[in-house]
Design a protein around this ligand. Structure first.
Ligand SMILES: Nc1ncnc2c1ncn2[C@@H]1O[C@H](COP(=O)(O)OP(=O)(O)OP(=O)(O)O)[C@@H](O)[C@H]1O
Length: 520
């Protein structure tokens, strides 16, 4: 037992020793573990530091790579630039060599030009002195032009006075006779003995006496001018143009075409549509426009207006009216400003073209009337009136003139017009006869009145004479163109017309007066 106790004690002592050893081994192990942990921590921190350093090194390497690439690019660009610079230097060198050559030749040219400039300068000096001389000459030439313009204006006034004197010497009523060409039928025996002045016309008729003897009658007439059948519109106008022109000088002018139906009145006054056939109205108006245009250089300014009326059965119709046929009643009024017809169109005219278009309008309206009323145009009087007012900005003169161009109705007597049986024709013919004899009476009364006489002038006896009162009085210039038919069948009618025209031609009416207005 004891042994056992001793053994237990020994075992216990062993156990304690082993426990102590275990405790110390455990503490040693703890320490070693601690050391291991700390060594492991240190190793981790070293690893982390290394990996950071590796990262930094890699970044650094990348950066350097980038820089190397950039430097390589720069180097490539620089090489390209260098190459270009080399090329440009070589081209500049060649340009420079060209420029040097050009410079050399320019230097030569500059020297030549300098020599030329010197020569031109000396020419310029000469020209400058010539110019001064010319300026002086121009000054005196302008002075001379002004003087000549003044002279021209004075000459124009003198021309107007002389022109008027010539017209006066020719008589303020003048009569022309125009025989139209033959158209088929047998001709009357007519001769024109005055080959020089063309003032005479002779008609011959033969008849048998009761005893069977042949009697030859000779009728001799003298006028201011006789136009033979071959005469042209231009020939007639040449004689009329001066008279028509008077209206630009401030005169009232009246030109009538008188004669039996078909004797050529409309042909004379209006004429055809071509330059050669156009009649007195378009020619006179064109002349007036031409003269007013020329007179502009002498300081004259003109305004013109036109009116175209028809007198049929003692009633006035406006050929420039609006409708196709004029139904208005028109009245003639005279006052200090001239003659006015109520309710009619007065058209302002600025060019011959405008005149042509109003003539065409009037003609178309006459044609309408002619179709409506049995060839009315030859049974009515047509009166074209051109009123003209002018003022001269240099002299202050003002004038107003009026040109009446009248195509009278056919003048044949009642029996020869075959009108006796037809009431309408009878009325027409009576109206025509009344107005034509009123025209003859007015002209006769003006002739009897003389310069200062008090004689009553029966203007009111017909619409025609009343309308033309201001253009028929002694203050105006009147021309009657007697149109004659060359036909043997019309001989008696022609003799009647010639006798009427002779009466007119033998009338002397007063002196024409300018329509001058005091300048304002
Ligand atoms: N000098 C002339 N030259 C050529 N033809 C003319 C001439 N005179 C008149 N005639 C012609 O004679 C014809 C009659 O003339 P116009 O119509 O002018 O006569 P009129 O007297 O005006 O007649 P109405 O009184 O009927 O109007 C027309 O065909 C016209 O062309």
């Amino acid at each position: 037992m004891e042994a056992e106790r001793a053994k237990v004690a020994e075992l216990q002592a062993n156990h304690r020793a082993i426990s102590l050893e275990l405790a110390s081994a455990r503490s040693q192990e703890l320490n070693q573990r601690r050391e291991l942990v700390s060594a492991s921590d240190e190793l981790n921190s070293i690893k982390m530091k290394h990996s950071r350093e590796i990262m930094e090194l890699e970044m650094d390497i990348n950066k350097r790579d980038r820089q190397i690439r950039e430097l390589n690019e720069d180097l490539r660009i620089a090489r390209g630039d260098l190459e270009r610079e080399r090329e440009s230097v070589s081209s500049l060198k060649s340009t420079l060599s060209h420029q040097s050559t050009a410079h050399l030749s320019l230097t030569t040219q500059v020297s030549a030009l300098n020599a030329q400039i010197a020569a031109v300068q000396s020419q310029l000096d000469v020209a400058t002195s010539t110019t001064s001389q010319r300026t002086l000459d121009l000054g005196s030439a302008q002075k001379r032009i002004t003087e000549l313009e003044q002279d021209a204006r004075q000459c124009e006034s003198i021309r107007r006075k002389l022109h008027n004197m010539v017209q006066e010497l020719k008589g303020n009523i003048r009569v022309f006779c125009r025989v139209r060409p033959l158209s088929g039928d047998s001709a009357a025996d007519i001769s024109y003995p005055d080959r020089r002045d063309h003032k005479e016309i002779v008609l011959y008729s033969s008849s048998s006496s009761a005893m069977g003897q042949e009697r030859k009658e000779v009728y001799n007439f003298n006028f201011d001018r006789v136009f033979e059948p071959e005469s042209t519109q231009a020939d007639v106008f040449e004689e009329i143009s001066q008279l028509a022109q008077s209206c630009t000088d401030g005169y009232n002018v009246c030109i009538f075409a008188y004669g039996q139906t078909g004797s050529g009145k409309s042909h004379t006054m209006e004429g055809g549509s071509t330059n050669t056939t156009s009649g007195m109205i378009p020619r006179a108006v064109e002349q007036v426009f031409r003269v007013t245009e020329e007179l502009k250089t002498k300081g004259w300014e003109y305004t013109m207006e036109g009116q175209f009326l028809e007198i049929y059965n003692e009633a006035i119709n406006d050929l420039l009216g609006k409708g196709e046929f004029d139904k208005k009643k028109h009245e003639i009024k005279h006052d200090k400003n001239g003659t006015r017809v109520t309710d009619t169109n007065v058209v302002s005219l600025r060019s011959p073209n405008e005149v042509r278009s109003i003539l065409a309008l009037a003609n178309s309206r006459r044609t309408v009337a002619a179709t409506l009323m049995n060839e009315r145009s030859s049974r009515s009087h047509s009166v074209f009136t051109l009123r003209i007012s002018g003022s001269n900005q240099h002299t202050g003169e003002q004038c107003e003139g009026c040109l009446n161009l009248v195509d009278l109705a056919g003048s044949e007597r009642l029996n020869s017009s075959g009108a006796a049986g037809d009431k309408e024709r009878l009325k027409e013919t009576q109206s025509i006869n009344k107005s034509l004899s009123a025209l003859g009476d007015v002209i006769a009364a003006l002739g009897e009145k003389g310069e200062k006489g008090e004689k009553h002038i029966p203007y009111r006896n017909s619409k025609l004479t009343y309308l033309l009162q201001n253009s028929l009085s002694g203050n105006s210039k009147t021309l009657m163109i007697l149109n004659l038919s060359p036909l043997a069948a019309h001989l008696n009618e022609s003799l009647t017309s010639l006798r009427f025209a002779t009466k007119v031609n033998n009338t002397t009416i007063g002196t024409a007066k300018k329509q001058l207005r005091a300048s304002s």
